[in-house]
Design a protein around this ligand. Structure first.
Ligand code: SAM
Length: 245
């Protein structure tokens, strides 16, 4: 699976650079949820080592590092890792970035009980089984007891799933191999393996955690953006996962 994912994501980041379409702000739901965590648990970022899964160009990671967190990350795309290193250097936060590893989140090269937190945005939605189930086990394994897991991943009310659910894999419901036929890998419709989570499935995957809180964020993108993506109306529906080991 990793070779295919690496190819898709390398092509995606090359297209994002060519079309000036890279993520340029940290994901607000992640920043907000982490900020509540710090406040509610009276944590100082400087005491925390967090792992970001699928950090891409490091736009989230730079926010964390700038806030004082020590950060490590794992991503399957070497193109993403090069972009991340550039952004980390440009923003002058290298001193707070520890390891950036090329690899898959389904099998991570980190010791048990290593991290105070694991975070991700739009990554676990790109794994089919058995990698998806393995990735959740790995997240639990590398977190310290009491560590926090915060994730932002797609749900089944997303317009893409609603439009294309007839294509879902019979052996892995919720998963679609999204190929659109056009050769730009910027939009979800052409990003290969994509999984749309149900509440029941997340509850089952997160059962080993001592506390789990699932929230939904749904919004419609502006009509001109929807039309760019080939939709009259495009609803983004995302789960915000907040869990403690
Ligand atoms: C949609 S991008 C999101 C990037 C970043 N999290 C953000 O929000 O800007 C998905 C990211 O996950 C990475 N990725 C996809 N599958 C992966 C896997 N199995 N293991 C590690 N990284 C993966 C991709 O290379 C890419 O950087």
């Amino acid at each position: 699976m990793s070779a295919t994912a690496k190819k898709v994501w390398n092509e995606s980041f090359e297209d994002q650079v060519a079309q000036n379409a890279q993520h340029s702000v940290p994901v607000e739901a992640l920043v907000r949820t982490v900020s509540y965590y710090l406040r509610n648990h009276k944590k100082n970022p400087e005491d925390l080592h967090f792992l970001e899964l699928g950090f891409g160009n490091a736009i989230n990671m730079c926010w964390f590092a700038n806030r004082g967190f020590r950060m490590s990350g794992i991503d399957v795309s070497n193109v993403a890792i090069d972009l991340a290193k550039t952004m980390i250097a440009e923003r002058g936060v290298e001193q707070n970035v520890d390891q950036l590893v090329e690899g898959t989140i389904a099998d991570m090269p980190f010791e048990d009980n290593t991290f105070d937190g694991v975070v991700e945005t739009y990554v676990l939605q790109h794994l089919a089984n058995p990698d998806r189930a393995n990735a959740f086990k790995e997240i639990h394994r590398v977190l310290k007891p009491g560590g926090v897991f915060i994730a932002y991943l797609s749900g089944r009310d997303c317009s893409v799933y609603q439009k294309r659910k007839a294509e879902e894999l019979s052996e892995d419901p919720g998963t679609i191999n999204l190929e659109s036929g056009n050769n730009s890998r910027i939009y979800l419709d052409n990003l290969g393996t994509t999984h749309f989570y149900s509440r029941e499935e997340l509850e089952s995957l997160l059962a080993p955690f001592s506390m789990v809180d699932l929230a939904v964020q749904a919004y419609d993108v502006p009509k001109e953006e929807a039309e760019q993506r080939g939709y009259d109306k495009y609803t983004q529906s995302m789960w915000i996962v907040y869990a403690r080991k």
